[in-house]
Design a protein around this ligand. Structure first.
Ligand code: IMP
Ligand code: MG
Length: 174
């Protein structure tokens, strides 16, 4: 059995996402943006975010696994699902559930930049800075900075479970 303690309830999460969307709307100033959600964890956040964007939005998704090479940002990224859209000349906004080591987002950004994106920015719902390995990993929009504990819900899983919880909670194994 595991116990889950609520960290952020649904209302708090949605309120914060609304603020993030307002900031993004201001920054992009009416420019079209290609929002790339990272499957599966980033799906809830991506959907809640794009609903509040007043920019011309195109949505796409990737599914990736990153293989580390120590603390270097030049690790290997395997696409289980690549983008359908051509990113060249587009403003790409990556939407992800959490930044942890920083590998996934750093490598994704690099790939989109190499494919000629006009700009690449990153929005994450959660940031766990204590576990960062890529020290210069960049995130433009952050929902909540959390301590070093394992969280589930709102897309985040433990062994593929708990993604559907409408809140974010800390999981403790008993
Ligand atoms: P990283 O930044 O490349 O280490 O990758 C972050 C990924 O690790 C996220 O997309 C999540 O899938 C997973 N992850 C990291 N911390 C947690 C957590 O606390 N709960 C659930 N998944 C996590
Ligand atoms: Mg993930």
């Amino acid at each position: 059995m595991s116990r889950i303690t609520v960290l952020y309830d649904e209302e708090t999460i949605v309120k914060r996402i609304r603020e993030m969307a307002e900031e993004i709307n201001r920054d992009y100033n009416g420019e079209p943006v290609l929002v790339v959600g990272v499957l599966k964890g980033g799906v809830f956040f991506t959907c809640d975010l794009v609903k509040r964007l007043t920019l011309p939005v195109t949505m796409d998704f990737v599914s990736v696994s990153s293989y580390g090479s120590g603390t270097k940002s030049t690790g290997f990224l395997k696409f289980k699902k690549d983008v359908d859209e051509d990113v060249s000349g587009r403003h790409v906004l990556i939407a992800e559930d959490i930044i942890d080591s920083g590998r996934t987002l750093t490598m994704l950004r690099k790939v989109f930049e190499e494919h000629g994106a006009k700009s690449v920015k990153t929005a994450v719902l959660l940031d766990k800075p204590a576990r960062r390995e890529i020290k210069d990993a960049r995130v433009e929009y952050t929902g909540f900075v959390i301590p070093d504990s394992f969280v589930v819900g709102y897309g985040l899983d433990f062994d593929q479970k708990y993604r559907n919880l409408p809140y974010i909670g800390v999981i403790e194994e008993e």
